[in-house]
Design a protein around this ligand. Structure first.
Ligand code: FNR
Length: 367
């Protein structure tokens, strides 16, 4: 189908499924074990309803925002997804170009198919990029990666903390890994077992001994704001704030790690309550969520509960697998159209007006 016929983020998924090689589709679309958490990431949004306010003058709508102090046209960033060239020859650069065109921030994955410098070089002057970090058993490699990123102007370091071991994504494991074009093994100094799917092949360098004791070391090697990606309960969000980190991403890795982990939107309410109760939001600590975000309405629910922004993963991968960077631009434009309509209909002219009273969370069943 023609790109113009894509009306929602779901449409790109259907096109991607029809055009992607089996192994690429398996790697992108899979979740861990029974994929309960992956489905729950969508389902949880269906337990939150809107309480629209009427007669609020919604003639002009403004959904621009900031993330870590950097301007964004939407409270959305492109989260890190590995192995971009499985979907399209230009890989992650599709996301860079679309982010530039549409004014949204890209998080560069450690396990990108394009080299890190290629992705930074693809950015236009002043374009903001973040970096996602998998921590290597060899800390010297990690130190070099982090300091190089800072030197190249990266504005935030997102350390992934939900993957001391990669989850079992059986769809992916049934495929053999043959991404010879990828540079990821080289940069991590790895030899690779290609017999158990893409995820396993590229991840054996990740250090499962990583702990809270390592946080001061990260702070000593970089001035970039540090955010933990993959926090799954309020206790850990509190610890992160107490350690003086810049924020957390409430995430279960798109359902690709621990099955039966709760979704980011599900735990957001308790995380915000406990941070507020301890007065830990006062230094600009920011909370993001990702997983299953497919509609502007999902994002507005997260904003109402106190999130600063949300990450979107698979839909952008699917969009460029189907149509290159133009597809990603189209996907972002669709989200902008949805934002305008949803904010009008809930009675919120700006994101500051998207307050807790705008939603009904009774069905979440929290106290
Ligand atoms: C990911 N994600 C991920 N996260 C991370 O920290 N490092 C990584 O290398 C990857 N790689 C990756 C590959 C693919 C194919 C997917 C789908 C996801 C997780 C990602 O950052 C994010 O948490 C989820 O993708 C969010 O869920 P949705 O938007 O895909 O539903």
């Amino acid at each position: 189908p023609a790109m113009d016929e894509c009306l929602s983020l779901y449409d790109f998924e259907a096109v991607a499924k029809s055009v992607l090689p089996t192994a690429a589709w398996a790697y992108y679309s899979s979740g861990a074990d029974d994929e309960i958490t992956m489905r729950e990431n969508r389902n949880a949004y269906q337990r939150i309803w809107f309480r629209p306010a009427i007669l609020r003058n919604v003639e002009s709508i403004d959904f621009s925002s900031t993330i870590l102090g950097h301007k964004t046209t939407l409270p959305i960033y492109i989260t890190a997804t590995a192995l971009g060239k499985l979907g399209h020859p230009e890989g992650e650069k599709n996301l860079t170009w679309a982010g530039a065109e549409q004014g949204i921030i890209q998080m560069i994955p450690t396990l990108a198919s394009c080299s890190f410098d290629e992705i930074v070089d693809a950015a236009k002057p002043g374009q903001v990029q973040f970096m996602q970090l998998y921590v290597n058993k060899d800390r010297e490699i990690t130190r070099k990666i982090v300091q190089h990123a800072e030197k190249r102007g990266i504005k935030g370091l997102f350390i992934t903390v939900d993957a001391p071991q990669l989850g079992r994504r059986e769809k992916d494991m049934r495929q053999k890994f043959a991404d010879e074009g990828s540079n990821v093994q080289r940069t991590q100094g790895e030899s690779v077992d290609k017999s158990q799917g893409a995820a396993r092949a590229i991840s054996s360098f990740i250090d499962p001994s990583l702990s809270w004791k390592d946080i001061p070391w990260f702070k000593s090697i970089t001035k970039m704001p540090i955010i933990l990606k993959g926090v799954q309960r309020w206790e850990d969000a509190v610890l992160a704030a107490e350690q003086g980190l810049a924020g957390v991403v409430l995430s279960n890795h798109g359902g690709r790690q621990l099955d039966f982990a709760r979704s980011g939107i599900e735990i957001l309410e308790e995380v915000m309550r406990e941070l507020r109760r301890r007065d830990l939001l006062k230094n600009g600590f920011e909370v993001y969520i990702d997983g299953g975000v497919r509609r502007a309405g999902d994002v507005l629910k997260a904003i109402a509960l106190g999130a600063t922004a949300v990450g979107i993963g698979r839909p952008f991968l699917y969009a460029y697998s189907a149509y290159g960077h133009e597809g990603v631009i189209r996907a972002i434009q669709i989200l902008k159209d949805e934002f305008e309509m949803n904010m009008r209909l809930i009675g919120a002219p700006t994101l500051k007006d998207v307050t807790p009273d705008m939603i009904d969370t009774t069905a979440l069943g929290h106290r």
